[in-house]
Design a protein around this ligand. Structure first.
Ligand SMILES: [Mg+2]
Length: 235
């Protein structure tokens, strides 16, 4: 009962797939790098498909450089004579640390302002490597968040409750006073709830909020109103 009626004091956002996506696509960036190295053309759509396949085979992906190397080699299997790990992987890895291959959801700045104006603290909880913090700085977003918890820095990854509790500890808040927003059912929605957080699942394309999901970040204020949390938010 206490948790149900508790005030919502903070919101944590996932990063990749929730408000940050590759532009124009993973396949385009991979094709560009491979072309620069081999002088040949690669079909971005095919590379994206092979990347997605390699990604989905690794539910316990640890976001290390070695793990990325395996994914990139698998994505290019049968398409290049020498695996990228022996050729252009280093260039590709650095490329994804640069801000211009990323697209920030245009709804993010307004949402951050809306949450701040209602007294909410805002943070990030992300399974990412050590490139994330410099990337956030390059995007001009690092200082927009009070708390940033990154798996590679803390040694725990979602869905472990430990990574969520790290954020709660940094704010000195109870988990049920925090709402986590993210696009992966297991890592974000279930992981957060297991840690005692509230959670809402981001399912791109969903027309409007349901009790557990929103179609994009821009629907978060409506979801908060519909769940009644909007009247119980703030410091
Ligand atoms: Mg995500």
């Amino acid at each position: 009962m206490a948790a149900r009626l508790a005030i919502l004091r903070a919101v944590t956002l996932d990063v990749g797939g929730t408000w940050l996506t590759v532009r124009p696509s993973v396949g385009h960036v991979y094709a560009e790098m491979a072309a620069a190295w081999t002088g040949r053309r690669f079909e971005p759509a095919r590379l994206t498909r092979q990347f997605v396949h390699a990604w989905r085979r690794r539910p316990d992906f640890d976001h290390s450089r070695a793990a990325w190397m395996e994914i990139v080699d698998e994505t290019f299997a049968g398409l290049v004579s020498a695996p990228p790990s022996r050729t252009f992987f280093g260039d590709l890895y650095r490329r994804f640390g640069q801000p211009d291959v990323w697209r920030v959801d245009p709804a993010l700045p307004e949402l951050l302002g809306w949450m701040r104006s209602r007294g909410l603290r805002v943070g990030l909880i992300s399974n990412w490597d050590l490139r994330l913090r410099p990337l956030l700085r390059a995007l001009g977003l690092h200082d927009a968040f009070d708390v940033i918890v990154i798996s590679a820095e803390v040694g725990f990854a979602k869905p472990s409750p430990a990574i969520y509790l790290r954020a709660a500890d940094q704010w000195n808040l109870n988990p049920h006073e925090i709402l986590h927003v993210g696009d992966e059912l297991l890592h974000d929605f279930r992981g957060a709830r297991q840690a005692g957080f509230r959670a809402v699942w981001v399912r791109p394309g969903l027309a409007g909020p349901t009790h557990m999901a929103i179609g994009s970040l821009s629907q978060l204020p409506d979801w908060l109103r519909q769940t009644g949390l909007a009247s119980r938010m703030g410091t």
